[in-house]
Design a protein around this ligand. Structure first.
Ligand code: HEM
Ligand SMILES: [Ca+2]
Length: 901
């Protein structure tokens, strides 16, 4: 066999053999299994496998410096520098062994070594240099989550699937390496175990427990080469495609006609109701935005309807849809017009990230851009596999109403977190508004859809209901809403985005904004939005000059806020949710001022720069600061240092560049993160803002009074006072308590009652097809719950009342009740979903501020990195507050004064 192989391969082979020799016996055992599998293949397959698998294995070890670790664990051997050892061993064992055609695992006698060494006469120091080293591209090729993972080793057939299973079950359940084509990743990044029964544990690059993973991070995207469990691809003939395309088009037209009738009949929400204020969260900023989003949503709906039609005709199972078995490219079919258009990207590297987030990833230019689908950690769970909300595992009955679950499980108790300030909450919300925004369906003219009767006493009848309605039933004896005779809480489903792969498949919800941490909440996610915010002079953003104080510009929208009367302020920023909370307005103001502060400084230093240059440079610095605050200050508090380490999320230090960009990592927000895990923040909210003046408490504000009514910002001292509150008052613990400001009075807008955010979160999870909590426990490596007591002994009775089975628990509910992970303010399940998200946002973002010039066309200089890494929330406050009250600021705005750090 060796004679047929090229030079490169021979080199790989030798290296591989050397490594085998160097390994402790236990690990050789793994290799032996690999060899056994190899022996079953024909020569071409063997060559391919060795070429791909072996070098991958070696590179992985080299990359992780794990070889040296092996030596440390081998007391009888001398510990030599890696290079020496390799050379030594290659000379000693491998060249000779391969020349002699010996078994790869056999050792070689000293006598034979001598003889062969004589024969070879290769000087040790020249050996490695003389060999054709693997090309750089090859190393990337085997990157942790490469979509183009080269191995076809286990491709396609039933037989191959068995091989894969066998390999896993034969192998030890815990080893340091994944020896086959799999990669060792934290559990949350490998859903393989939901499909392959046995899983093999391993140590990740940073030495924490992980699992050998075949599917990689982007497992829910279809992959031709890798069968999902025992599922196989389903093909369609052209006649069928034509037929389902016609039917889905007819259905869409039917929907449109009905929409016109509903609108004419007045089944819409009017400003002044709590539900209308909820709708303000999803309200689009401009007409262009509205028509673009609704057009994409309608196209995506067409695909979902076509999928449903096809599924029914062919009698397909839900699983076939969930696992992405409909992979036929629809581009050249009548359904092709419903597919996502690819962004046009220039061929040359562009220095600044685009406002819409596109063209970050060369191979997948739409990744991370606005108006694209969320990624998923696990395939969705829908009753029909496509879009209908899931039902109970118990006899397929309907799940309990989210409001019943909320009123039973969620209380208004207070458990204070004494270490962290409200800034954790407020920055968390601000950051979430940079990463994710789902949009509810609305009428074509932008009006809000109503799913309940005007008086809230009933759901609308089917004929009067919009297809996107998913109103929440309020039970008869509701402890709060009953007194107001409310039986229906409005809920409209999130719009869909066309699938990126242009295939049939399950519905995917749209993220309206750029997924990246790129300051989109400050600058907007479309050039049009940015244009509305810029002054186009000296790189500055527009401001509202409020008697000398620079505030966010006033919103031109007449119904952006409540009670928009003269002198009442309502602001505008890059995100449409800004006025939702007054403390959120404060953070937006700080970032706006920071941009302008930097722009002024830059203009002073570079008087020749154009407005555009100053704007882009200032924006780049603001985004870097935002990233620094996120990864250096905020994230360690939320997920804890252990997870920071396990997911390798800490920033590099000093003047160093980071080299961990990986183009195969999809940066998009995951649906699980957006619709559940990062909503942990709702439990940290305190319903009362205590506002202290210089000497005494000035005001105690019940936060619903400031929702969409931020006029207090105009008071001279208010912003500094609020900043002082945010940096000194504590957050609430993440637990089953949510303040009644959010569960009873949210957006009440002068009404006696508001809406319940907990119900919305639960319903949103079902709307987005999130799987039950237990599946995510398994995903992150926790044992599945068998009894409610295991989740919460105190709440088990209540849980039993509202869930027919432990397998029904909604992710947001289960995640909140979970015991905290050490050092983290959330439990393991949320922790890992959040950690995975920030991993994507760091390692999958070419423009991440600390990436080197090789990766980032707009990279900073090393000295700039040094300065940027000093950024902190406190620094931003000091530089941009009004200076009316705040003279000093604790080093960390996120930690209660007196707490270490
Ligand atoms: C200050 C009080 C807050 C209010 C009034 C609030 C309100 C809301 C509302 C109304 C929604 C949309 C619910 C739906 O219909 O699905 C939402 C979504 C969300 N919230 Fe909050 N929230 C607050 C704080 C926070 C905090 C502190 C965090 C995180 C630390 C957070 C994270 C999120 C996330 C990730 C979403 C999903 C956004 C999307 O993808 O559309 N929120 N919030
Ligand atoms: Ca963004």
């Amino acid at each position: 066999m060796a004679s047929d192989l090229n030079e490169q391969f021979q080199y790989n082979l030798m290296l591989a053999k050397a490594l085998v020799q160097l390994m402790p016996a236990t690990d050789r055992q793994h290799i032996r299994i690999w060899f056994d599998v190899l022996a079953e293949l024909d020569q071409t397959q063997q060559e391919m496998a060795i070429r791909n698998e072996y070098i991958w294995f070696i590179l992985l070890m080299l990359q992780n410096n794990r070889i040296e670790e092996y030596f440390k664990e081998l007391p009888p051997r001398k510990i030599l520098p890696l290079r020496d050892v390799l050379e030594q061993k290659i000379i000693d064992d491998v060249l000779i062994a391969s020349d002699n055609n010996m078994s790869w695992l056999d050792t070689v006698s000293d006598e034979e070594k001598e003889k062969n060494l004589e024969k070879k006469k290769v000087a040790p120091e020249n050996f490695l240099n003389s060999q054709p080293l693997p090309k750089e591209g090859v190393i990337c090729y085997f990157g942790a989550f490469s979509d183009q993972s080269p191995s076809n080793f286990f491709q396609g057939t039933q037989n191959n699937t068995l091989l894969e299973d066998d390999l896993i079950s034969n192998a030890s359940k815990h080893s340091d390496f994944c020896i086959d084509k799999s990669h060792c990743v934290p559990f949350v990044q490998c859903p393989a175990h939901v499909r392959i029964e046995t899983k093999k544990m391993c140590k990740t690059a940073v030495g924490s427990d992980g699992v050998c993973c075949f599917t990689g991070q982007n497992h829910t995207t279809p992959e031709d080469r890798h069968p999902r469990g025992r599922q196989h691809l389903v093909r369609m003939n052209p006649q069928t495609i034509n037929l389902i395309a016609r039917h889905s088009q007819d259905k869409i037209n039917e929907y449109k006609v009905k929409e016109t009738v509903l609108l004419a009949d007045g089944h819409l929400l009017f400003p002044g109701s709590p539900s209308y204020d909820h709708f303000r969260n999803f309200k689009l900023l401009t007409k262009t935005d509205l028509s673009e989003v609704l057009d994409l949503a309608s196209r995506a709906m067409e695909i979902a309807l076509a999928t449903r039609d096809f599924k029914n005709r062919q009698g397909l199972t839900n699983q076939q849809i969930e696992l992405g078995m409909l992979q036929q490219d629809l581009s050249a079919t009548p359904l092709g017009i419903a597919c996502a258009a690819k962004p046009h990207c220039p061929l040359y590297p562009v220095k600044y990230r685009r406002i819409d987030g596109a063209c970050n990833n060369a191979a997948n230019p739409a990744w991370g851009s606005g108006m694209t689908p969320y990624a998923r950690l696990l395939p969705p769970s829908y009753e029909d596999g496509i879009w209908l909300p899931r039902v109970s595992e118990h006899e397929g009955q309907a799940l309990a109403s989210p409001r019943l679950i909320s009123s039973t499980i969620i209380s208004d108790g207070s458990a204070v977190n004494h270490e962290h300030t409200l800034m954790v909450m407020q920055f968390g919300q601000f950051l979430s508004h940079d990463i994710t925004q789902s949009i509810e369906f609305s009428f074509a003219n932008g009006s809000a859809i109503s799913c309940c009767s005007d008086d809230g006493r009933a759901k609308l009848h089917h004929e009067e209901r919009h297809y996107a309605c998913m109103a929440i039933d309020i039970p008869h004896k509701d402890p709060f809403y009953n007194q107001f005779n409310q039986k229906c809480m409005n809920f409209v489903r999130s719009v869909l985005a066309p699938r990126q792969d242009c295939t049939l498949g399950y519905a995917q919800q749209m993220n309206k904004i750029t997924h990246f941490i790129d300051g989109s909440a400050i600058y907007g996610s479309t050039p049009e939005q940015t244009g509305r915010l810029r002054s186009f002079e000296k790189g500055l953003l527009r401001v509202f000059n409020d008697f000398g104080r620079h505030m966010l510009p006033l919103s031109p929208e007449p119904d952006e806020c409540l009670n928009r009367k003269q002198n009442l302020a309502c602001y505008m920023s890059g995100d449409s949710r800004t006025n939702q909370m007054i403390s959120l307005v404060t953070l937006h103001t700080i970032f706006l001022r920071e941009h302008n502060r930097l722009a002024n400084e830059l203009s002073k230093l570079n008087s020749h720069w154009t407005d555009e240059e100053v704007f882009l440079e200032a924006r780049q610095i603001v985004v870097a600061e935002l990233q620094v605050i996120t990864y250096k200050e905020f994230l360690p508090i939320v997920i804890g240092n252990a997870a920071m380490e396990q997911f390798d999320l800490s920033l590099s230090s000093g003047t160093e560049y980071s080299h961990d960009y990986d183009e195969s990592i999809e940066p998009s927000a995951t649906n699980e993160f957006a619709a559940a895990a990062f909503r942990f923040g709702h439990s940290t909210v305190d319903g009362l803002l205590k506002i202290y003046g210089k000497k005494r408490m000035d005001e105690m504000i019940f936060i619903p009074e400031t929702m969409f009514q931020p006029s207090r910002m105009r008071k001279f001292f208010f912003m500094d006072e609020l900043l002082s509150t945010l940096t000194t008052e504590p957050i609430q613990q993440v637990d089953h308590n949510l303040d009644e400001a959010l569960t009873r009075y949210m957006f009440r807008a002068g009404n006696p009652f508001g809406i319940d955010l907990a119900s919305l979160n639960i319903q949103r999870g079902r709307d987005h097809g999130l799987r039950p909590y237990n599946d995510y426990r398994e995903l992150v490596g926790l044992p599945r719950l068998k009894h409610f007591e295991e989740l919460s002994p105190e709440l088990s009775e209540k849980l039993r009342k509202v869930y027919a089975s432990v397998n029904d628990i909604d992710l947001w509910v289960g995640g909140l009740l979970e015991e905290k992970a050490p050092g983290s303010i959330v439990g393991y399940t949320f922790r890992d979903i959040i950690a995975d998200q920030f991993y994507r946002l760091k390692k999958g973002d070419k423009y991440f501020f600390e990436n080197s010039p090789r990766i980032n066309p707009g990279s900073f200089a090393p000295e700039q990195l040094l300065e940027l890494r000093k950024a902190s929330m406190s620094r931003l406050i000091c530089d941009n507050s009004d200076g009316t009250l705040l003279g000093r600021q604790a080093p960390s705005a996120f930690k209660k004064p007196g707490v270490e750090g």
